[in-house]
Design a protein around this ligand. Structure first.
Ligand SMILES: *Cc1c(COP(=O)(O)O)cnc(C)c1O
Length: 334
């Protein structure tokens, strides 16, 4: 594979830091936990979508797009990073937001990521739950084109083979950091949703023959569906990279036991993970993705899934600005 063959714009602060979490490791009684700070990609408070957008926005630019469109849940981090990338590149941005949680709180509907979407100049339309949002997105892009604008549609989460290249790049970056630090990593764990992060990572790791197992902690779909989505996207990504077949079905592992009441609704262990990371390491997690991933990591550590001396890297995928949309979930004394 040769990533330099793919058009890319620079939007992220890279490499993101790789840091030890000694107080969290001690609180859990081992293993040795490290964190890869993709919450620090820099663009409008950062997060994992920025790496994908480096490749997606380059494609939009090549097509001479005037406006990019995308879709996500109301508090979508992906929508916010897309709005920011469009602002940076002088393009318009239109976002379709889906109400997946039923939260009517003012902070959920107007603060957090929604506030930033607005500040970056994106226009938004709100939809109820249960629609085929990628079909709605295509229809909205067609409306733009009918009005004479060159429109580029980015699927939910930026998860297609172009976007997934951003996480192939992250796999390369991490392997370089592990080698430079002399760190023999035993596991990488992260939150998985629209599948592009895990698909890109597993493709990059396998293409390098890294020998490091990857575990995605699901935030929405049940395990069979999540693994099938990731595997299909990994196969397509490997093909684009010129290494078809490099990912086997058995390389794709998701654990979807930490979704709780549903997408975007924190469970008790989600809030406990936020609390533990904030108090031991001053790391902020978000209630939709990274804290569900961390809840899985914490519970699996307690259940002995990892050896005491193992080195486990938690990939922080960002999202903490969304906390401002979830103030109603925390008991803050007034
Ligand atoms: C989108 C997102 C994820 C999930 O990444 P996918 O590529 O959609 O699987 C994880 N964490 C955060 C904070 C996100 O915004």
């Amino acid at each position: 594979m040769n990533l330099a063959l793919f058009p890319r714009v620079r939007l992220a602060h890279l490499p993101t830091p790789l840091e030890p979490l000694p107080r969290l490791s001690e609180a859990l009684g081992g293993p040795e936990i490290w964190i890869k700070r993709d919450d620090c990609t820099g663009l409008s408070t950062g997060g994992n979508k920025t790496r994908k957008l480096e490749f997606l926005m380059a494609e939009a630019q090549r097509q001479d797009a005037e406006v990019v469109l995308t879709q996500g849940a109301t508090q979508s981090n992906h929508a916010r990073q897309t709005a920011a990338a469009a602002a940076r590149m002088g393009m318009g941005c239109h976002i379709l937001l889906e109400d997946r949680t039923g939260y009517a709180h003012d902070d959920y509907r107007r603060n957090g990521n929604v506030l930033l979407d607005h500040l970056h100049g994106a226009t938004m339309e709100h939809h109820g739950p249960g629609l085929d949002m990628n079909a709605e997105l295509e229809a909205a892009a067609e409306r733009e084109r009918a009005e004479g604008r060159r429109a580029y549609a980015i699927p939910g989460g930026g998860s297609n083979p172009t976007g997934a290249l951003g996480y192939v790049n992250c796999a390369l970056e991490m392997m370089g950091q592990f080698a430079a630090a002399g760190l023999a990593v035993d596991h990488i764990v992260h939150a998985t949703g629209s599948a592009g992060t895990q698909a890109g990572l597993v493709t990059g790791l396998k293409a390098m023959n890294a020998g490091i197992p990857l575990l995605g902690i699901g935030v929405r779909a049940p395990r069979a569906k999540q693994e099938a989505n990731v595997f299909a996207l990994a196969q397509a990504t490997a093909e684009r990279l010129g290494c078809p077949g490099v990912v086997a079905r058995a390389d794709v592992v998701a654990n979807c036991d930490y979704v709780g009441p549903g997408y975007g609704i924190p469970a008790e262990d989600t809030l406990e993970a936020i609390d533990l990371f904030a108090k031991t390491e001053a790391i902020l997690l978000d209630p939709v993705y990274s804290a569900k991933g961390a809840a899985g990591l914490i519970d699996l550590i307690r259940k002995g899934r990892f050896g005491k001396g193992d080195r486990v890297v938690f990939l922080h995928t960002g999202g903490a600005f969304g906390l401002a949309g979830y103030a109603h979930c925390f008991d803050v004394p007034g």
